[in-house]
Design a protein around this ligand. Structure first.
Ligand code: SF4
Length: 348
């Protein structure tokens, strides 16, 4: 089938099933996928939409952990579909439940202090359950400051996983000095840190990262600023600490979109986030000059980009036939524990 024919069929089936199906699309999706989204957003916005959506079928054009979260927040009679089951998140894969259990045991043995675990929403459901079981919360890049501040006021120490950069950047912004943060690497014996380092630290960061966002560097920003000092550099908090410090602004995907949206015509931006979003912003705001901070290569989320219109078509056809495919169902025990942490986040 030609690409045009596939797109035509998706539109036709979407119309036919409009009372039963809602399509959610993350901002990093390719244009030919995001065009079908009834709602676009970042992880927090899409999680909130999933929690309030009433239609029985939710097709989630995002990655695995996002569809899992939507399943946990939706009701029993709703089904959540991930159009391509290999669309995972490499950062989420950097923390496994057994590794976090192991780290937790070591941390508890090293200190008598109260430790609050916070997980970035980019993690598997059983890690959301872990924080739910241990009195912690989930956060997204949009609400990290609020959630981390709650955790820092609540306990003496913080364990943050899986993204070390979001944890470090946010804690630093909230006033925690860098020398009060240590990194726990699950691939090293004892996490690569001593019991004393755990005891002395206020924040224990997990050695995880996003390979897309680690590719925007201070020297790239300097080069852009040297040629065009008025260009505003803006990066996502999953970027290196040095990059967030060098940039004029740093914030979540929604924050970046908002800054571009409210800037006057003629404003210039160099953005450090996923390329599909940067390219879309260029098209949406032709009166502003928008470039990527990484001028050498596109920084695409490889797994998010596995989803093509044909995968949405297959899911829609399966719903029509009553033989659904690619349904994500999280175990009820894991859901119950995770919901505690998700509800803490949504309440905060
Ligand atoms: S951009 Fe990075 S953190 Fe986001 S889904 Fe892709 S790999 Fe995961």
């Amino acid at each position: 089938m030609s690409k045009d024919r596939i797109i035509e069929q998706v539109w036709a089936l979407k119309e036919e099933l409009k009372d039963q199906v809602v399509i959610l699309g993350h901002h990093y999706q390719r244009d030919d996928v995001i065009q079908f989204a009834d709602y676009k957003g970042d992880s927090l916005q899409l999680a909130k939409i999933a929690a309030s959506e009433k239609k029985p079928h939710i097709i989630f054009c995002g990655v695995h952990f996002m569809a899992e979260t939507a399943d946990m927040l939706s009701s029993e009679n709703q089904s959540v579909y991930l159009p391509h089951l290999d669309a995972g998140c490499s950062m989420a894969d950097m923390a496994a439940r057994n590794q976090v259990d192991d780290a937790w045991e070591k941390i508890q043995a090293a200190t008598k202090a109260t430790v609050t675990p916070i997980t970035y929403i980019n993690c598997t459901a059983d890690l959301k359950a872990f924080v739910g079981e241990n009195g912690g919360s989930i956060c997204t890049s949009s609400n990290a400051e609020k959630i981390i501040s709650w955790a820092l006021n609540r306990g003496e120490k913080l364990l943050f996983f899986p993204d070390q950069h979001l944890g470090r950047n946010t804690c630093y912004k909230l006033g925690v000095p860098l020398d009060e943060m240590v990194v726990y690497d699950p691939l090293l014996p004892n996490g690569g840190i001593t019991a004393k380092e755990i005891e002395d630290a206020r924040v224990i960061l997990w050695q995880g990262y996003c390979c897309v966002h680690q590719d925007f560097h201070p020297e790239m920003m300097k080069e852009i600023k040297d040629k065009s000092p008025e260009t505003i550099t803006i990066v996502h908090p999953e970027c290196y600490f040095e990059s967030t410090q060098a940039a004029d602004l740093a914030g979540s995907t929604s924050y970046i979109i908002d800054q571009v949206d409210k800037a006057p015509a003629g404003a210039k931006f160099a953005i450090g986030t996923e390329s599909n979003l940067v390219n879309r912003l260029k098209g949406l705001y032709p009166d502003k000059e928008i470039i990527s901070i990484n001028q050498k290569e596109e920084r695409l989320c490889r797994t998010m980009n596995l989803i093509h219109p044909v995968h949405i078509l297959k899911v829609l056809e399966s719903i029509k036939l009553g033989k659904p495919i690619n349904v994500l169902k999280v175990d009820s025990d894991v859901t119950e524990k995770s919901l505690k942490a998700l509800e803490t986040m949504l309440a905060l």
